[in-house]
Write a protein that binds this ligand. Structure first.
Ligand SMILES: Nc1ncnc2c1ncn2[C@@H]1O[C@H](COP(=O)(O)OP(=O)(O)O)[C@@H](O)[C@H]1O
Ligand SMILES: [Mg+2]
Length: 269
């Protein structure tokens, strides 16, 4: 990004989040120990720091609110609901402070969603916090481990086993796409789980779904995961505010960083 912005005569100073001091003063004012920048290319997901930077009047790419909606998978699904975007049937587990999950919730859940059932921590990436539960025993085991954490349960889109589409949308346009197929026997298609990327041509419906989702969430830069249901149905899996560039650039042969740099430059003009 530094290189591509440099091509547009925009210089970027690299800083890690722990180098950025932001604080609220005793008189209630908020300030950061940063010089004046025209924008912040924010590659972290820290809700507090990103919100403070916005309060201090920096334009963030992506915006703090959009990052927060994507970081929490349940909030993403709730925000996208009611807009005609198909998603796996999804249940939010009730938050619980006692450490004990109730049988009544599990009974109700089983009435809504069949096994095998997908279970996710609301916060997670690289496929690590996504599981497939085969029966009540596995559900109870997952609940025991996760009962104090925000989590969701979801219909398993079996036609998409080990397979999905990753689409990069920048400034409301589809910029690059790949399909990801995992042949290791794992249902998760993430590259980190053994998925391999391949160049793909998207359907109109896939493009429209990706653009619509990025728009509703207010993302400048979005990595959208789409599943493929029965008869090729387009089903939204999740939206990433901080999707990696390197694999999709290699597979799609698109300079995604350049597209993002151009979007930033035109947004600021
Ligand atoms: N409901 C589902 N049905 C089928 N496969 C799913 C479902 N949810 C997730 N997956 C698979 O698991 C992968 C990881 O899930 P995802 O929600 O994208 O979490 P992460 O943030 O860890 O990538 C997806 O790319 C997809 O291959
Ligand atoms: Mg994903």
């Amino acid at each position: 990004m530094k290189e591509e912005l440099g091509q547009l005569s925009i210089s970027l100073e690299l800083k890690t989040s722990d180098e950025v001091m932001a604080l609220i003063n005793h008189d209630g004012s908020l300030e950061t120990r940063l010089p004046k920048y025209d924008f912040v290319l924010y590659l972290d997901k820290d809700l507090y720091l990103s919100t403070m930077l916005e309060r201090a009047c920096y334009r963030l790419f992506n915006r703090a609110g959009a990052i927060a909606l994507c970081d929490d998978k349940m909030l993403t699904h709730i925000t996208l609901s009611g807009h005609g975007i198909k998603m796996p049937r999804t249940v939010s587990a009730p938050l619980n402070y006692t450490g004990i999950s109730t049988a009544s919730f599990l009974d109700n859940l089983e009435r809504e969603i069949d096994y095998p059932m997908v279970a996710k921590s609301n916060f997670g990436s690289l496929g690590k916090q996504v599981h497939l539960l085969k029966n009540r025993e596995e559900l109870e085991d997952f609940e025991r481990r996760m009962v104090l954490s925000p989590r969701l349960y979801q219909e398993f889109i079996k036609e998409s086993f080990g397979f999905d589409y990753r689409i990069i949308v920048i400034g409301g346009k589809v910029v690059a796409a790949m399909e990801r197929l995992n042949r290791t026997g794992d249902f998760r298609s993430n590259i980190a789980m053994g998925g391999k990327g391949k160049k793909v041509t998207l359907t109109k419906e896939q493009k429209e779904t990706a653009v619509k989702a990025a728009g509703i969430l207010g993302l400048d830069y979005a990595g959208i995961d789409l599943l493929m249901g029965k008869d090729g149905e387009t089903i939204l899996c999740e939206v990433n505010s901080n999707a990696f560039l390197s694999e999709i650039e290699r597979v799609s042969e698109v300079n995604v960083a350049r597209a993002y740099a151009l979007h930033i430059a035109t947004s600021l003009a």
